[in-house]
Each structure stands twice: as structure tokens, then as C-alpha cells.
Ligand binder design. Structure first.
Ligand SMILES: Nc1ncnc2c1ncn2[C@@H]1O[C@H](COP(=O)(O)OP(=O)(O)OP(=O)(O)O)[C@@H](O)[C@H]1O
Length: 304
């Protein structure tokens, strides 16, 4: 989408002050000073509870040109979902990273230093990017069932506070020892499968838990989700991941399958809890789709 950057004057920042143990608060004055160099009118709305960010978007979207989600991946999911739900003339979307992993801000090339990210937002580089959708709900970064939900559910808040991103890997190691298979049916133009699995992931952005090796080749403008089905988590799978092998050249390995698709129909037995950008509210079955270039976002220029 082409947007005239000079027409962008009114900015609304929706700030989750609790994200990343208040990481953004320490540098907030500098962040605002930086943003005011690029935008005439900068308003800040602080949330006091989950869900309030989405309410702010509903109230203010007609009077703002750009909505910035300031916080971690949960905040980004909530605000992006609310912006994507606006049918007529939605404002543009941007991110000030303030959480632990900030996966989608990395996908957009945003600097992880919030003051430098504010400077990037002032450069007003826009791109229409893909988002995911399932059963009428939007997601920006990933959709998953199986092992991934156990990993995020069993992260201990104290460990997360002390070790940050490392807590995801500690939890993953624990979940790898206790996983349970479920029956899955996958139907798509590119790939079909019926059998037992440990995990299914469909991603838009390349980062999961702050690291890239699962999906090194994803593109947030190709109209495709990158999908990984793990039948059984094996040492050889982990080895392939660590060596960045899940790329164009190696799409099948021992116990896993990798494919790209724009629409995937998924049924499971028993029903599985869905983890979508870290939110866990819905269950299978689901039709997961990629909506090509659906969100007008400010992007940065950092390659991770
Ligand atoms: N003022 C608030 N108090 C408590 N929770 C809030 C508040 N504002 C927003 N939330 C909710 O907090 C949840 C977590 O936010 P977020 O993911 O941004 O932070 P985080 O968990 O610290 O970061 P990360 O996910 O990167 O570790 C979101 O689902 C959001 O809706």
C-alpha cells in the first residue's frame, strides 16, 4: 500500500506498562522525545488490564493515522487484532518493542532498543504485510497446537523474569520429555497428512521465542504460511533445526514435514488447545489462512 508519509501526523501509542517487567518505562521520556521529532501529534494511552488496548483502538481509530503497540508479543497481538478488525480505512500499525522476545517486531526489522525503534518509526517506511487468520480470528506471528502450547503454558513466571528468552528453551526441554501424541488430519493444496503428531505450527514471521532457525526462509509478503508438522520430536530433528536445515533444500526429515500453504484445514482428536501469538483461548478444528498484504505497517531495516 502506498501511503504519503507527510500525511501522517496523528499518532496514538497504546502502552502496556507491565510488559517485559516495565522495560519501556525506564526510557519512556527519550522514546517520546524521539517520536515527536517525526510526528506533530503524539498521544499515549496506558492500559490497566488485558483487553483495554483493543478498546482504545475502537475508540480512537477514526482520529488517528498510526497506532503503535508498545509492549511485548501479547500486546502486539491484541492491538494488531483490533486494527485488523476495523473494516473501513484502518490506521497504519507500528511496534515499539518492550517484551521478552518481541518476535513480530523482529520480523518487521525493528531495532530492539526502544529509542532506536522510535527513530525508525519516524522514518515512515510502510509496507503491506501478510497476517494469518483462523475461524474469524487474526494472528500476526504464529499459530500452533501440541508441544508449543505445553512449552508456553509451562513457562514459570519467576524463571521468565530471571532468564528472559532462555526460559522458553528450558520449558521446551521439559516439554520434549513429556509430550503426548494426538491424531491430526491436515488438508491443503500442497500437503495432506493423516496420522499421529506431536506438534503443528503455521507461521507468518520467522521468529519463535526470539530465535530464527525453525523458519529461516519465511517472507511476510509472500501470501504463504510456513508450516511444520512434527510427528515425533527426535534428536535428528533438533539437530536439523540447529543447523538451519529447515530451508528450501530440506523439506522432509526424520519425523517432520515442512511445507508452505495459504490455506490449511486442520482436525484433531482429541480437540487441541490453539496457541496463537502466545494467546490460548480457542480449540481445534480450524481453517488457517494467510491474508496477503492485509496490514499496513511501519517497518524498520534491522536484519537479525
Ligand atoms: N496494564 C496491564 N496489566 C496487566 N496485563 C496487561 C496490561 N495491559 C495489557 N496487558 C496484557 O498483558 C499480556 C502480556 O503482554 P505482553 O506480551 O506485551 O508482555 P510480556 O508478557 O511481558 O512480554 P512477552 O510476551 O514478550 O514476554 C497481554 O495479553 C496484554 O493484553
Amino acid at each position: 500500500m502506498n501511503m504519503n508519509p507527510s500525511s501522517l501526523k496523528r499518532v496514538s501509542i497504546i502502552l502496556n506498562p507491565t510488559a517485559g517487567q516495565g522495560r519501556l518505562s525506564n526510557q519512556w521520556n527519550d522514546v517520546l522525545t524521539e517520536l515527536k521529532k517525526g510526528y506533530e501529534d503524539v498521544q499515549v494511552y496506558e492500559t490497566t488490564a488485558p483487553g483495554e488496548g483493543a478498546s482504545f483502538v475502537k475508540q480512537l481509530h477514526q482520529n488517528t493515522d498510526l497506532i503503535i503497540a508498545a509492549g511485548g508479543d501479547g500486546t502486539v497481538h491484541e492491538i494488531a487484532h483490533a486494527v485488523l478488525s476495523i473494516k473501513d480505512n484502518p490506521p497504519a500499525f507500528g511496534i515499539l518493542p518492550g517484551g521478552t522476545c518481541n518476535d513480530f517486531s523482529r520480523a518487521l526489522g525493528m531495532n530492539q532498543n526502544p529509542v532506536k525503534a522510535a527513530a525508525q518509526l519516524c522514518e515512515k517506511k510502510f509496507q503491506s504485510i501478510d497476517v494469518g487468520e483462523f475461524n474469524g480470528h487474526f494472528f500476526t506471528n504464529f499459530w500452533g497446537i501440541g508441544l508449543i502450547t505445553h512449552v508456553s503454558e509451562s513457562i514459570d513466571p519467576d524463571t521468565k523474569e530471571k532468564f528472559g528468552r532462555l526460559s522458553y528453551y528450558l520449558s521446551a526441554a521439559k516439554s520434549f520429555q513429556t509430550w503426548e501424541p494426538f491424531e491430526i488430519s491436515i488438508e491443503s493444496k500442497e500437503f495432506q497428512f493423516h496420522g499421529n503428531a506431536a506438534m503443528f505450527l503455521a507461521v507468518n514471521g520467522p521468529f519463535t521465542g526470539g530465535i530464527r532457525p525453525f523458519f529461516p526462509d519465511t517472507d511476510i509478503q509472500d501470501g504463504m504460511l510456513d508450516c511444520l508438522l512434527i510427528e515425533e520430536p527426535s534428536i535428528s530433528f533438533i539437530w536439523d533445526v540447529l543447523q538451519n536445515r529447515l530451508s528450501d533444500t530440506s523439506r522432509e526429515g526424520q519425523g517432520y514435514h515442512y511445507f508452505q500453504s495459504s490455506e490449511i484445514h486442520i482436525k484433531t482428536a482429541p480437540q487441541q488447545l490453539i496457541d496463537c501469538d502466545g494467546e490460548r483461548e480457542h480449540k481445534t478444528p480450524a481453517v488457517v489462512k494467510c491474508l496477503k498484504e492485509r496490514l499496513n505497517a511501519v517497518i524498520g531495516d534491522v536484519s537479525f
